[in-house]
Design a protein around this ligand. Structure first.
Ligand code: GUN
Length: 289
């Protein structure tokens, strides 16, 4: 089975649109997502464009703050501070990567956790470690959705996640552990990677190495999730999995593009609606705070 991210994202977005409409009626304004984009990295511009378009389709007001790559850190922090205090801003996302002269951790930590729709502040990552899933990073949440489209019950299954970023690998390892899978976290420095992945019921490739996972890495009947989006010198997009070689062996596999990518964008919309609802509900319940 090919896990069609475009299809699953469309289904999710349909129910999110209803939610967006009812939040708009309830709070008398549209949900809003503010994206900060620094510099001119082509892939970041494409991703931000997709986020903006999807938000508009959902009745979510999207605002993109485009800053030159020469912008200094205090200017970025001041913008985030303004958005944090603006009551009509529901979600704030800083598109990564940032230029080297800006401290990415300092920038992420400055985002109000209630508006942190990427789930990357230490408060939200800390909640995830505890198993309290509040605003969860969108890509791992999208991976989990596709894994559940393959199998609902993950209890006792062995998942091998290849990649240890906070944005994807570490967060997905936590989400899978919380659903009773046994998780092995591998990465680009793992010795004899195939010895681990060959044992896996679920393989997730998220380390940005084109074609890393070959037929030799996958057990028959496994579910293979490809988070990689790599552009080859000839311009074609390819994942971290050798799709054609693994397809006959796997029980389920995601394509690149149209696998995990659309799910990431859909869960960003989900997080924006959740951020609005939870922040405004808590403000109404505790008007003095
Ligand atoms: N760059 C690549 N993926 C992402 C993402 O999910 N969020 C942000 N903020 N930046 C990214």
């Amino acid at each position: 089975m090919i896990l069609d991210g475009k299809h699953h994202a469309q289904l999710l977005l349909m129910s999110l649109k209803d939610e967006s409409i009812s939040l708009t009626q309830r709070f008398r304004r549209a949900p809003s997502l503010h994206v900060i984009l620094v510099g001119q990295i082509p892939s970041s511009q494409i991703y931000v464009g997709m986020k903006e378009k999807r938000a508009n389709d959902m009745g979510i007001k999207s605002v993109v703050h485009r800053l030159p790559d020469t912008v200094d850190e205090p200017t970025v922090l001041a913008l985030i501070n303004t958005l944090n205090h603006n009551q009509s801003v529901d979600g704030i996302l800083v598109q990564l990567p940032l230029p080297a002269h800006i401290d990415v951790n300092k920038v992420i930590e400055s985002i109000c956790p209630q508006k942190d729709v990427d789930g990357l502040t230490s408060i939200n990552l800390g909640r995830l470690v505890r198993g309290d899933e509040y605003l969860i990073p969108c890509t791992p949440r999208g991976c989990l959705h596709l894994i559940h489209a393959w199998k609902q019950n993950l209890s006792g299954l062995h998942a091998v996640v290849v990649g240890r970023s906070a944005l994807v690998g570490k967060s997905l390892a936590l989400l899978l552990t919380q659903r009773d899978a046994t998780v092995t976290l591998c990465h680009s420095k793992t010795n004899n990677l195939a010895a681990f992945t060959q044992q896996a019921d679920i393989v997730v490739a998220a380390c940005g190495i084109p074609g890393l996972i070959t037929a030799n890495h996958v057990k028959s009947g496994a579910c293979v999730i490809d988070v990689g989006i790599n552009r080859l010198p000839d311009g074609t997009l390819t994942g971290d999995v050798d799709f054609n070689a693994v397809l006959p062996i796997a029980d389920a596999i995601t394509p690149v593009p149209f696998g995990v990518g659309p799910m990431t964008v859909a869960y960003l919309m989900s997080n924006t609606l959740r951020a609005m609802q939870q922040r405004l509900d808590s403000t109404h319940a505790h008007p003095l705070h």
